[in-house]
Design a protein around this ligand. Structure first.
Ligand SMILES: [Fe+2]
Length: 317
């Protein structure tokens, strides 16, 4: 039988990959709410060091788990899909795919068709109807950063990857509860797979962030509650909390936007809007390990972006 050997949740924010010396340039290019704390260069350097230490911790943990394949719950930010056809959920079942590293260099990684097909069929059997991709929709671009950042930060790019796409950004998105259920169905499908495979799972992105939105801020209390529930092993509670959140009146940072290149203009399903919905990638991964407490490696409030950069793993799954 396939065995689940590890679950990891990790930030993938572009700011985390830039030198600390550039963080306040990032800040200057954005329109932050006036009460967002201002970190000086020394503080940013210390935060960047924490981000790197957290990546290193997760990388070591993942290496120790010796996975044959890595399933990544990630989102597509119009990198391979577009509004002509945007799936709520999709599974890539092909042999290999390309993507860009944080350096801009291109790399190719292997897929894992056997596991991907087992997960796709397992999801269908359990009442899900994901799209599937036998080829990358835009092979010249490959897959987006939600998949390639964890791949480059946590692996040496030789571990085969199974990308599972969740629509996080573009309203109307699946609810957090649905993403939780997706994670549970993936877990059952892994457990039911007869192949002799060691499988690890990653949730990519989050936590609170609304990149380039007007009046952006960081809701650390929201992130802390998500982390508390995760550390308590309560993935369903994470979903309940997420879906129950109400956008404060007048909060422009969470506007769904008007119909155009980067927004649908359609209403969301409730809960936060913007990049914060990448937390649903975390909730899906947490659901895979539901009932088991997560270890929070670090939570770094990067005010320059601003984003709550979180890092966690499950010592037992
Ligand atoms: Fe992202």
């Amino acid at each position: 039988m396939a065995s689940l050997v590890g679950v990891f949740n990790v930030a993938h924010s572009p700011t985390c990959y830039r030198p600390a010396e550039e963080w306040n340039q990032v800040r200057a290019s954005r329109t932050l709410r006036a009460d967002v704390p201002m970190d000086d260069l020394d503080t940013n350097r210390k935060k960047k060091a924490r981000v790197q230490a957290a990546f290193a911790t997760l990388r070591d943990r993942l290496a120790a788990a010796r996975p044959d394949a890595l399933v990544i719950f990630g989102d597509d930010q119009l990198e391979c899909f577009d509004f002509a056809n945007f799936p709520s959920f999709a599974v890539y079942v092909g042999e290999a795919f390309e993507g860009a590293l944080a350096s801009g260099e291109r790399a190719k990684v292997r897929g894992h068709p056997e596991l991907a097909v087992a997960l796709l069929a397992g999801l269908m059997r359990r009442g899900f109807d994901p799209a599937f991709c036998m080829e990358m929709p835009k092979p010249e671009r490959g897959v987006g950063h939600a998949f390639f950042r964890p791949a480059e930060s946590l692996t040496d790019l030789t571990t085969p990857l199974v990308p599972i796409f969740l629509n996080c950004y573009y309203a109307p998105q699946p609810t957090a509860l649905r993403c939780y259920q997706l994670g549970r169905a993936v877990r059952e499908s892994i457990d039911a797979h007869p192949g002799d495979l060691r499988v690890a799972v990653v949730g990519s992105g989050g936590l609170w962030h609304t990149p380039r939105a007007p009046d952006a801020y960081l809701d650390e209390a929201f992130d802390r509650e998500i982390l508390r529930l995760m550390a308590a092993g309560d993935a369903r509670g994470m979903a309940r909390f997420f879906d129950g959140y109400e956008v404060p009146a007048g909060d422009r940072s969470q506007d769904v936007g008007t119909r155009g290149r980067g927004a649908t203009g359609m209403p969301g399903p409730g809960g936060p809007q913007g990049g914060t919905r990448e937390t649903c990638n975390w909730i899906a991964a947490a659901a895979v390990a539901d009932g088991k407490p997560a270890t929070i490696v670090d939570y770094v409030p990067v005010y320059a972006s601003p984003i709550g950069a979180g890092f966690a793993y499950w010592p037992e799954v």
